[in-house]
Design a protein around this ligand. Structure first.
Ligand code: NDP
Length: 315
């Protein structure tokens, strides 16, 4: 915890792959970083089952186990991990101020933001019940487990189109559930979806209930929102792709962000519009959203923080 008046070299907000990678780099550069994990320590990977696409784990790894490894590596070099939530910031600078939910004030020369994004969910009880047992928000992460099985994808944006296309290469049938009579996705993505013979688009269709048993999802009950007619689809996987929300609300008075709330960084860098404030991971990335890309940008943010501190002769 911060003693009164002490100014930390580097405070990291968030504890997913971006935050922990920033912590490893910052700690090894002797910046004595402190991390605030947020309300869901470990981030989105804590709700993933097996991670098979993170280099260095040839046999795959459970998401929570991987995040334990990240934490252990960050702590090994002296990162102080606080299981607390930052609820307010003041980036007026040059010294940045942050407040925990309990009202503790922390001062820092540099701040690395790695607060991530949260998948949006439909909010029906059966979705929660079968979470990670057939219900997923990431085809690239979990699609492989449904190889040879039929799946459904909910959504009509670029994410849904991308997930449906990805799954169409693994699954015999992909049922795309679109709630209107048109998709929001870009024309080129729509054309690809329409061209894929095994993607079946269900227009005006919403989810009533996900059906399953102790083995996981076995189907989905959908309804046409024009006729109210219901039908059951025989699927083993249910992918929700209705968008993500970046966790950037507390920065809105200070940092440039796009209309969806993603932080804007200098292309190819982690710098934001405020000196000494760096952004990494899904809080600034709506395109790739992978653990490995988040880790890469976490590394960039720590290196940018270290250079900033050196240039300002703070270290
Ligand atoms: P979007 O907000 O663009 O689309 C969300 C989709 O989900 C819409 O079709 C929306 O329907 C539907 N939806 C929302 N809520 C519900 C609900 N409760 N039930 C059923 N359907 C629902 O989100 P995306 O994640 O697709 O994209 C976000 C941004 O990221 C976009 O700017 C996109 O272009 C970009 N992106 C770019 C990619 C790329 O360039 N490769 C890949 C992925 C995303 P409705 O249209 O009726 O509101």
């Amino acid at each position: 915890m911060s003693e009164n008046g002490h100014i930390h070299n580097c405070v990291i907000i968030g504890s997913g792959p971006a935050g922990y990678t920033a912590a490893v780099y910052a700690a090894r550069a002797n910046l004595n970083p402190i991390m605030y994990t947020g309300k869901d320590p470990g981030g989105q990977l804590m709700i993933t089952t097996d991670v098979e696409n993170y280099p260095g784990y040839p046999k795959g790894v459970r998401g929570p186990e991987m995040m334990d490894d990240f934490r252990e590596q960050a702590e090994r070099f002296g990162t102080k991990v606080n299981y607390d939530f930052i609820s307010k910031v003041d980036f007026n600078g040059p010294v940045h101020k942050l407040w925990t939910e309990g009202g503790e004030e922390i001062k820092a020369h540099t701040v690395v933001i790695s607060t991530g994004a949260s998948a949006k969910w439909l909010g029906i009880p059966s979705e929660q019940k079968f979470m990670n047992q057939g219900v997923s928000a990431c085809a690239v992460c979990d699609g492989f487990f449904y190889k040879g099985l039929n799946v459904a994808v909910v959504g009509g944006g670029d994410t849904a189109a991308e997930e449906a296309l990805y799954l169409s290469k693994l699954c015999p049938e992909v049922h795309l559930l679109v709630r209107r009579d048109e998709m929001r996705a870009s024309k080129i993505m729509q054309a690809r979806v329409e061209k894929a013979e095994n993607i079946i688009i269900h227009w005006h269709t919403e989810t009533k209930e996900i059906i399953g048993d102790e083995s996981g999802v076995t189907g989905v009950r959908v309804f046409n929102n024009q006729t109210q007619e219901e039908k059951d689809l025989d699927v083993k996987g249910f992918f929700v792709a209705i968008g993500h929300t970046p966790n950037t609300e507390i920065f809105k008075d200070w940092l440039d962000m796009d209309e969806a709330g993603y932080l804007v960084t200098t292309p190819g860098r982690s710098t934001t519009n405020r000196p000494g404030v760096f952004a990494s991971g899904d809080a600034q990335d709506k395109i790739y959203r992978q653990a490995v890309t988040a880790a890469g940008t976490g590394c960039m943010a720590a290196l940018d923080a270290e250079r900033y501190l050196t240039d300002k002769e703070i270290i």
